[in-house]
Design a binder for this molecule. Structure first.
Ligand SMILES: [Zn+2]
Length: 389
């Protein structure tokens, strides 16, 4: 077995053993990686969340005075709660060419390969630096990387391209949908359920809003552009959580629901948001306020991730095409950090080992063959960084 591949698998084993579910700290993992990079003589930088319980790590191998190519990977993983695992999620195991464990494909595999390559990169006389960007809280809205990008943009030479190593089965993905998520609270008026005319039922009001969102979704499906690069070829709404009411015989005062959408990059999302807002203003609130002026509907923005706008001429796409010989680039419907880099002026692609089919699943795995393909790519990248000017 190729020595870098062997070391990548060892690194994956090491990274999987840190339970970095997004709700937990990732500091132990970051400390382990930072120690290793420092021992190699690589300069590191940390940025933190506000409580300093989570950190991003930035490292540069090669010259420090020019912008290079960023290898970006998130260190957090999604929860295993409620999933039926037959393998140990936080102890990597191998079976018939596959490596199992939470985060193997999404996306500690990519990080492991970058780390295994680091000594080789360090040995070479790179003319263009290679940066590692390991971030926290990607899975809960690309939170961590925002701090890292801000630090880089304000303090360091602007990198020329970023490769976000999400699992794309080693195919180039040049665009992803962006999205916004919200929490809507409907406040009704409580009372005994035998006297509905004296109260205002927040569940019923919330249900009408949800129905309206569903009707917007149907409209979007009907008007979808069949030539769109995206699958599905329209903006999608999601509604993941709803909670309301306390007992069968009480008119429910509060109902909350979390919803959001993933929009096509060329669509103005505010149009949809405004439609929903108008629907609430015209059809829901007046009825609630008739019962009590304290009743009503509030919506707060929870998170926002910009799309990655496809750009086939970008430095990032050129580089990957040049190094791999691939010439097609696709799009994905899931959000990634690439749009945030692009917004900051750093062109990006999504390109990494493993399949998104395995991401977030029980018995998540990555095929060793995918790891091997990514190792070859990293070697090409390293040679290119040495030979370029
Ligand atoms: Zn991911």
């Amino acid at each position: 077995m190729d020595i870098i591949l062997k070391r990548s698998i060892e690194w994956l084993d090491r990274l999987i053993a840190f339970d970095t579910t997004s709700r937990l700290s990732n500091l132990d993992l970051i400390a382990d990686v930072e120690k290793y990079m420092k021992e190699l003589g690589v300069a590191t930088r940390l940025t933190y969340d506000k409580d300093k319980t989570k950190a991003n790590l930035w490292c540069t191998i090669g010259p420090q005075n020019v912008g290079g190519v960023v290898l970006s990977g998130h260190t957090d993983v999604v929860p295993i709660d409620g999933q039926d695992w037959t393998k140990a999620p936080f102890k990597m195991s191998e079976e018939s060419g596959k490596l199992f464990g939470r985060g193997t494909s999404d996306m500690k595999g990519f990080c492991a390969i970058a780390l295994a390559m680091a000594p080789e990169m360090k040995k070479r006389d790179l003319k263009i630096p290679i940066h590692f960007a390991f971030s926290f809280d990607e899975e809960v809205g690309c939170i961590g990387v925002r701090h890292l990008i801000k630090d880089v943009v304000e303090n360091l030479p602007l990198p020329r391209a970023v490769i976000v190593g999400e699992p794309t089965s080693m195919k180039i993905v040049g665009g992803n949908k962006g999205g916004r998520s919200f929490r809507t609270t409907v406040r009704g008026v409580p009372g005994h359920s035998s006297e509905p005319h004296r109260g205002a039922n927040s569940i019923m009001a919330a249900a009408r809003i949800v129905n309206y969102i569903e009707s917007l979704q149907e409209e979007l499906i009907k008007n979808a552009d069949e030539n769109s690069l995206f699958d599905p070829p329209y903006t999608t709404f999601d509604l993941g959580v709803i909670e309301g009411g306390t007992a069968n015989n009480i008119i429910p005062e509060y109902t909350h629901f979390n919803w959001g959408y993933r929009g096509l990059p060329d669509e103005n999302p505010l149009e949809l948001e405004n439609k929903i807002k108008s629907f609430i203003d015209e059809n829901i609130e007046p009825k609630l306020k008739l019962v009590s002026k304290d009743a009503g509907v509030t919506t707060e923005l929870r998170n926002e991730t910009p799309p990655l706008i496809p750009d086939h001429e970008s430095a990032a796409e050129h580089l990957i095409r040049h190094l791999t010989g691939l010439n097609e680039s696709g799009t994905v419907a899931f959000g990634t950090e690439a749009g945030l880099f692009q917004q900051a002026g750093i062109p990006g692609v999504i390109f990494g080992p493993g399949s998104i089919q395995q991401a977030h699943q029980p018995d998540e795995f990555i095929e060793i063959d995918q790891m091997a393909q990514c190792v070859s790519f990293m070697k090409e990248l390293t040679s290119w960084a040495e030979e370029s000017h």
